[in-house]
Write a protein that binds this ligand. Structure first.
Ligand code: ADP
Length: 160
């Protein structure tokens, strides 16, 4: 049986923290689907197509990683692609309560799908898409925190 995992997120935009988690997942699983969830509750900076393109460019060095988008329940997506595992990244303790809530909800919805947590390198443990957007908005230098294509896309978005 092929070991398939799904790495979900808003990825608005992808950062080196996400890339780190995706790289780690790609070493553990045979196939990894990074799925960008079109969550209408959030007000994204990048469209779903823009986010998908940035994730594709940022993970093109990983042959067993596929990029997809989905609108709906994550467990339904996992079932659709035959994934047995959801991988989430953990940063500081602040992530814990939120992650616990969604993990238990996903388990309630589908007992057969397991969620596992990976930690990124320490240097990315404070990093989030929102903090990067905030810095980029005011022309802060974020080139060490995001892939080059994302840095460029952020500069385009916030061009005055
Ligand atoms: P969501 O909107 O689902 O929280 P995000 O795109 O913000 O999605 O994050 C997707 C996943 O990546 C989450 O599990 C999040 O905890 C994890 N993640 C984001 N940034 C980092 C980071 N710097 N280090 C480790 N995990 C991270």
């Amino acid at each position: 049986m092929t070991k398939i995992a799904v790495v979900p997120g808003s990825l608005d935009p992808i950062t080196y923290g996400h890339v780190d988690i995706i790289e780690r997942s790609s070493k553990i699983f045979e196939v990894v689907y990074v799925v960008i969830l079109d969550n209408s509750a959030k007000n994204p900076l990048f469209s779903i197509e823009e986010r998908k393109e940035l994730v594709q460019k940022s993970t093109s060095h990983l042959p067993n990683v596929k990029v997809d988008t989905f609108n709906g329940l994550l467990v339904d997506y996992a079932k659709k692609i035959d994934a047995s595992t959801i991988v989430r990244g953990l940063r500081a303790v602040t992530d814990f309560e939120y992650e616990m809530q969604i993990t238990l909800m996903n388990r309630f919805l589908d007992e057969s799908i397991e969620t596992i947590f990976l930690m990124s390198q320490r240097k990315y443990s404070f990093l989030s898409s929102s903090i990067v957007k905030e810095a980029a908005k005011y022309s802060g230098k974020v080139s060490e925190l995001v892939p080059e294509c994302v840095d460029k896309a952020l500069r385009e978005k916030f061009k005055k």
